[in-house]
Design a protein around this ligand. Sequence first.
Ligand code: ZN
Length: 380
Amino acid sequence: MTEKLYYADAYLWNFTANVLSCRQKGRYYDIILDRTAFFPEGGGQPGDRGYIGKAKVVDTVLRGGEIVHVCLDAAQGECECSLDGEFRFSNMQQHSGEHIFSGILHSLTGFDNVGFHMGEKEVTVDFSGPVSAGTLREAEIKTNEIIWKNAPITAIYPDESEVSSYDYRSKKEIEGQLRLIKIEGADLCACCGTHVAFTGETGMVKVITSENYKGGVRITLRIGKYALEDYTEKNNSVLEISASLCAKYGEVAEAVEKLKEKQNDLRIELNEAVKETVALRAAEFTPETPYVFDSKGSADFARLLADAGADRVKTAFAFSGSDENGYKYAAASRSEDVRETGRILNSALNGRGGGKPEMIMGSLSAKAEEIKTFIKDLSK
Ligand SMILES: [Zn+2]
């Protein structure tokens, strides 16, 4: 049985140990030590990484009651071992921050924490019932107040006769020796993970989102350095928006709202202007010239124009674009199936497109004069 050094000292990054066994498994080597500071994945906390001698440890897991160091190389005998301390400390920050928050939310709502996942930068916690925005905010404030107090975080190992005297949170029934993590003024919870010694080390706990999940809620948190990182990213975004809208950074939401209103007004004005232009230009459709050319290059404008032209001629053709860039076209008729006309047009003038019997749309790469001549011949 491997001695668990991480329980005696959660800040032990370097230690010496003997390799008890080293077994090759595919491209990995499973190494078991007589003592280890590598925490094996469990209770939502990822397994540690680092080195056993020169062997790189990519993960640490609990398998059949054994702490297995999953390595890229083999190791033998006595080894100097070192953890990725930055990774571990960050995991301790995340884990302790989650305990403080969950303990406080539990005391405010009575709901249980039924899920916990530590992602690369975010922590998610699932609670068994709905939590209002107000309660969430209160929990966030109280959590950070506990952090500012720099309260001690300690582990308690009650013997069987004492267990019933403790009122603690627990996700599942734990076999063997019970280990409780006590956070002064915030929480008492059964846990196998590693924690910081004082709440102040978690830095900050920030609620990012809350969404309905399996009859309860899933809350996403940013803790410690990832909370700062999140603040920096969001602050940069707000400053960019603020500069681009010439608004104070505390007023960007109002500025965006105003911009949306303005955009909406402009859209209404534009629609009116387009309608007027279409009505004016529709007068250009005649039986001799059942086509109108426009330089905008907008397929939508061609559609509106052809539709208006169909009131004046048997088949109306509208083209939008230029000789250099080609034309978007639309053809409309109230009495004929324009799809056949479209097929003839496409094959004669390098075009593509189609549509319904009363309206087709597409594009052509041909010159205006060629198109005009072609349509005049077609109408004969
Ligand atoms: Zn825990």
